[in-house]
Design a protein around this ligand. Structure first.
Ligand code: ZN
Length: 142
């Protein structure tokens, strides 16, 4: 091969030196005035120890893609401010509530008790007790 004839002892020595220095085959070829393939082929024939290419000198570390765990923000743990004042009379729309009339019908202050009704009764526990103690006339009208 014509190329091999270019490999003098000096060039082979230089090749080995450049190889140990970790120069790329292209760079070695440039310095020795031969093609990259010639460098690769000669190095192979010389059985130069394999060396990591410059690209592989710093392999990408195992990518730890674990995203940082988001910490709960203090805002989320802050108690929710009450936007409206607490109503003294409970809402009649939430579940059964005591229907015990308080006051006189027709009067401005007339209202139903509104306390949570006892299970199976139209009144709260206290008013249910009063209703059934005071007689059946009120609750058994029907
Ligand atoms: Zn009641």
């Amino acid at each position: 091969m014509a190329i091999d004839s270019a490999w003098t002892e000096a060039r082979i020595a230089a090749l080995g030196e450049f190889w140990r220095q970790g120069l790329s085959t292209a760079e070695i070829g440039r310095r020795l005035g031969v093609s990259k393939n010639a460098v690769v082929g000669k190095a192979h024939r010389l059985e130069l120890v394999a060396r990591p290419s410059p690209i592989k000198l710093r392999p990408a570390p195992a990518i730890a893609t674990a995203a940082p765990v988001p910490l709960p923000t203090p805002e989320l743990r802050r108690p929710v401010a009450t936007p409206t004042p607490v109503r003294l009379v409970r809402s009649q729309s939430k579940g059964p509530s005591c229907q015990w009339p308080d006051g006189h019908p027709g009067q401005p202050d007339f209202h139903f008790c509104g306390e949570p009704a006892a299970p199976g009764k139209p009144y709260c526990a206290a008013h249910a007790a009063r209703a059934y103690v005071s007689g059946k006339s009120r609750s058994d009208a029907a």
